[in-house]
Design a protein around this ligand. Structure first.
Ligand SMILES: *Cc1c(COP(=O)(O)O)cnc(C)c1O
Length: 221
């Protein structure tokens, strides 16, 4: 059964087509293959194809499967795309190469402390709650500029990207446009936006990272 491989190739072809359509180089778009809930056995065929960038939403689940995979493939780049509790920051800094969910001062403060003692820092993306959804993580858009300044100025963190998860029942277009505008005015160059259902739109609106899970690995149960 090569369905994961077939779907992976289909997704990369769609990324290339979307890039072409907006006169962008496909190489400027990073596919973050979201492997949450999938086992190391499901991930293996994608690794065998040479893919190296993966996304997970839970620190604990990731600690169960990624250390050995990273041991076998030193160039894996693992992104944390789910909420991060401050009591898990040390583990997250140790395991992840990028944290896409920096969204509050307490987390910035803890990251500053833990990255200093670890002597390394994952790449950081600020998550913006573009839909102002009360139940969703992310800094609200009105506070995003001040929050980026706080992270960089007060806490000395380097913020290179922004991430959003639009409300799932809405057209994502205005959310992607808003995220791109916030990033641009803050001098942040990377944009993590677009999932299985909308990554082509995100690419047309400037995404540098698309987080695609079910379109590659299949529906999660
Ligand atoms: C699960 C998840 C994804 C991938 O979702 P799919 O619809 O399966 O592509 C992307 N981003 C975040 C933050 C997620 O939690």
């Amino acid at each position: 059964m090569n369905t994961i491989i077939e779907r992976y190739h289909d997704v990369t072809a769609r990324i290339e087509a979307a890039a072409r359509k907006s006169n962008r180089a496909a190489s400027d778009i990073t596919l973050v293959a979201v492997s949450k809930t999938y086992s190391a056995d499901d991930i293996a065929p994608v690794l065998q194809l040479g893919h190296r960038v993966f996304g997970e939403n839970r620190v604990q689940e990731s600690q169960g499967k990624w250390p050995s995979l990273k041991h076998d493939h030193a160039d894996i780049c693992l992104h944390l795309i789910g909420p991060l509790q401050t009591n898990k920051v040390r583990e997250a800094v140790a395991l992840f190469d990028a944290i896409e969910t920096l969204d509050r001062e307490k987390l910035a403060r803890t990251l500053a402390k833990e990255t200093q003692s670890a002597g390394k820092c994952p790449e950081l993306f600020v998550q913006v709650n573009t839909g102002n959804e009360p139940q969703k993580a992310g800094i609200v858009p009105e506070q995003a500029d001040a929050f980026v300044k706080l992270c960089t100025g007060t806490y000395g963190l380097t913020v290179t990207g922004m991430m959003c998860i639009p409300p799932f029942d809405e057209d994502p277009t205005p959310h992607f446009i808003q995220l791109a505008a916030i990033a641009e005015r803050n001098g942040v160059s990377k944009l993590s936006m677009g999932m299985s259902g909308d990554f082509e739109i995100a690419i047309e609106l400037g995404a540098t990272h698309v987080r695609v899970g079910s379109a590659i690995f299949g529906a999660r149960t």
